[in-house]
Write a protein that binds this ligand. Structure first.
Ligand SMILES: Cc1ncc(COP(=O)(O)O)c(C=O)c1O
Length: 447
């Protein structure tokens, strides 16, 4: 059925479910992101099932999937390593609210894989893991303010939902941007505790750090900005963050919720050779089940161990989710699995570059094999920071994504997001993906 979907025409079942959902779900959806990221407008697609790299919607259309559950389905859908591991847990009790052995084994594996992980705590979502890391940093330093970079995303909760994607009219001066709340309902006091800085600019960084001397508990970043078209760190920028944080006694947090365990078994900190004080994880950690973690240096995590610092959660590391994490990370800890993801992704990136170049469509393809994005910037110049995206042709991205969907390739519809490549993509899936890319660029260049 791949390639047979007609633009919006073959998805009437999704349209009907979306209309029905309006009466019971606020806005017909369960996450604000779903409206824009599972598209196409004016209604999202409803998926009925998936196996390997392929998913099937309620109308029977099949797609090769590079949304991959926002990167959570890192081994693909319903992989046997996961279903085999979960089967006994499903029948033997999924949750007791007590300690369990799987969480211990999973924490040990994370210690082995992740350089900064002296100690680990589990949570249920990336947003919770970020909250935990920020609490640990504030508890350790006794300071309140957190420096984040414009256009980086650290979850939907109040603590850092600031300047995620500010508009040009509200973002303020380039070198000391305004902190812009992502939503009504975020208290001004919380926003005031967030200091915003442009990414990849050493001078601006030093100036902002100087202006907030003695006030900052932490600096947090996405090492590869998955939520900002996979903008890469400029050479030396992560090293500079490390140096400045060490020199000034500020906790450095890498938000590895997108990069963790897939860009390398040890994530971005292994890939770039820069070790933060704390790091946050979810997505690839659970292989599709809801589990998250924050991990870091012993002295920062120790107050949690003594109970001085509070962090709770009824569902934290249930046997079901900890077992999923263990099965998933055991796979990702095999070098050939991450190598396969990387090689597959790089092949797709190269195909997009060549297809665009051959048809004289300027675009930048940026990121790494495991997560990347296509941006239609003027002249195809790669982005170095968030405001570069103000000039990107988002309508062209939407047209490209829609062509891909018609040809059976499912990606995030949101131009500032990214493609996630799962380990389940086979040679046949890859060939079909590359063919769809060629045909999509044919359509784009004909417009
Ligand atoms: C880098 C990053 N941090 C934090 C989060 C929040 O994670 P969650 O949606 O699981 O709360 C996300 C989610 O996409 C993310 O990409």
């Amino acid at each position: 059925m791949i390639g047979d979907i007609q633009a919006l025409g073959g998805t009437e079942g999704s349209r009907a479910w979306y209309e029905r959902a309006q009466a019971s779900l606020a806005g017909g959806i369960s996450s604000s992101a779903r409206l824009t990221s599972t598209g196409p407008h004016p209604y999202p697609l409803y998926m009925a099932g998936g196996r390997g790299a392929r998913i099937r919607d309620v109308d029977g259309n099949e797609y090769i999937d590079y949304l991959a559950a926002y990167g959570s389905a890192v081994l693909g859908h319903a992989p046997s390593v996961l279903t085999d591991a979960l089967e006994p847990v499903l029948h033997g009790g999924t949750m007791f609210g007590t300690c369990n052995t799987a969480e211990v084994e999973l924490a040990e594996l994370i210690q082995e894989m992740v350089p900064c992980a002296d100690l680990v705590r589990f949570a249920n979502s990336g947003s919770e893991a970020v909250q935990g890391a920020v609490r640990a940093a504030r508890g350790h330093t006794g300071r309140t303010k957190i420096l984040k970079f414009e256009g980086h995303y650290h979850g939907w909760t109040d603590v850092l939902a600031v300047s995620n994607r500010p508009g040009a009219d509200e973002a303020g001066p380039y070198d000391h941007p305004h902190p812009v709340p992502h939503s009504p309902g975020i208290p001004a006091g919380v926003v005031d505790d967030v200091v915003v800085c442009p990414w990849n600019d050493p001078d601006a960084l030093r100036a902002v750090l100087d202006a907030h001397r003695g006030e900052l508990a932490a600096v947090i970043c996405e090492p590869i900005v998955a939520n900002n078209a996979c903008t890469m760190p400029a050479p030396g920028f992560l090293e500079l963050l490390r140096e400045e944080c060490t020199r000034r006694g500020i906790v450095l947090i890498f938000d590895e919720i997108c990069t963790g365990f897939r860009t390398a078994p040890g994530g971005a900190q292994t890939l770039f050779g820069v070790v933060p004080d704390l790091a946050t994880y979810s997505k690839a950690l659970g292989g599709g089940l809801p589990i998250a973690a924050f991990a870091g240096r012993r002295e920062l995590m120790e107050p949690l161990a003594t109970g001085r610092l509070k962090h709770g959660g009824t569902y934290n590391s249930s046997p079901l989710c900890a077992t999923a994490g263990l099965a998933t990370l055991r796979e990702l800890n095999r070098p050939e699995v991450v190598e396969h993801i990387d090689a597959t992704g790089r092949h797709i990136m190269e195909t997009i570059r060549r297809a665009a170049h051959d048809r004289r469509v300027p675009c930048a393809v940026q990121g790494v094999g495991a997560l990347f994005q296509v941006v239609f910037t003027p002249g195809g110049t790669p982005t170095t920071q968030y405001r570069d995206l103000f000039d990107a042709d988002t309508a062209r991205y939407a047209a490209f994504r829609h062509e891909l969907l018609k040809h059976g390739v499912h990606t995030n519809a949101y131009g500032l997001a990214c493609w996630f490549v799962s380990a389940a993509v086979t040679a046949d899936d890859l060939a079909a993906t590359c063919k769809a890319i060629e045909r999509s660029f044919d359509a784009l260049s004909a417009k």
